[in-house]
Design a protein around this ligand. Structure first.
Ligand code: C5P
Length: 236
């Protein structure tokens, strides 16, 4: 399948039309941004690693009956996906305290929650993706009630599947972000799941193998991503 017009360029990916109006090609870039675009860099090979990692994860989710936009990995940096209309929400699942919730609620990093926390934020770069609740989402017409119910149920299912998968490779799934899209009356998991969108800590040492290495200037960013891919490949 060949790339035609570029439809959209985001912070980490480009999206192209194909000759099939229902399918798109996603191209994974090496660009990294944090703090809503304030910190920027190029992380050599990150796009290749994230494409592989996200493809493995989406295949695992498909095997577990999660409906996703993912069709197939096409090349080092490209995957073929179903065209969806993105629901303008970022859905965050948290198992342990890290990142923004630590500051917001004055928690200790690494504290395990009694049960997973689901959060939604309004996907809007110029506003910095503000945290909202269900009432905001319905009142603003961002999502239908039935859709959000399905999104929450699916996010929790994905959390169970991925927590188990990462546990098998010695990794704690601390938290992660999901995006969903509408396609022919269905809600599909969209976007990517990778060390850019998850916090992944070593079970024994709590070493961080995710984008926090970039956000916090911890060094060895790409090595962290490479380790996640290596362990996932060993699992297959
Ligand atoms: O920053 P915060 O702690 O709220 O992030 C929670 C999780 O969601 C982290 O794994 C982070 O990488 C991910 N995230 C993301 N894209 C955003 C915001 C958060 O992938 N725009």
């Amino acid at each position: 399948m060949e790339k035609l017009n570029m439809l959209y360029e985001g912070k980490a990916k480009k999206v192209y039309e194909t000759k099939d109006a229902d399918k798109l090609i996603v191209y994974f870039k090496d660009d990294a941004t944090a703090f809503n675009g304030l910190k920027k860099d190029v992380i050599f090979d990150k796009g290749i690693l994230n494409n592989s990692i996200s493809s493995i994860i989406f295949e695992e989710l498909k095997r577990n009956n999660i409906n996703t936009h993912f069709i197939e990995k096409l090349s080092e940096r490209e995957q073929l996906v179903k065209k969806v209309n993105i629901v303008p929400l970022e859905v965050i699942v948290r198992n342990y305290a890290a990142g923004s919730i630590v500051k917001r609620l004055g928690l200790k990093e690494g504290q395990k929650f009694n049960e997973p926390i689901l959060e939604i934020s309004y996907k809007n770069d110029s506003l910095g993706d503000p945290l909202i609740n269900d009432y905001h989402a319905f009142a603003l017409g961002l999502v239908e009630k039935e859709e959000l119910k399905y999104i929450y149920e699916t996010a929790l299912k994905i959390n169970s599947i991925l927590t188990k998968m990462f546990d098998e490779i010695g990794i704690i799934l601390v938290d992660f972000k999901l995006e969903f899209g509408r396609c022919n009356g269905e809600i599909l998991l969209a976007d990517e799941i990778s060390p850019d969108t998850c916090r992944l800590w070593d079970k024994k040492t709590l070493y961080k193998y995710d984008k926090d290495r970039f956000r916090q200037d911890l060094g060895n960013v790409v090595e962290g991503y490479r380790e996640i891919l290596k362990r996932l490949e060993e699992l297959r």
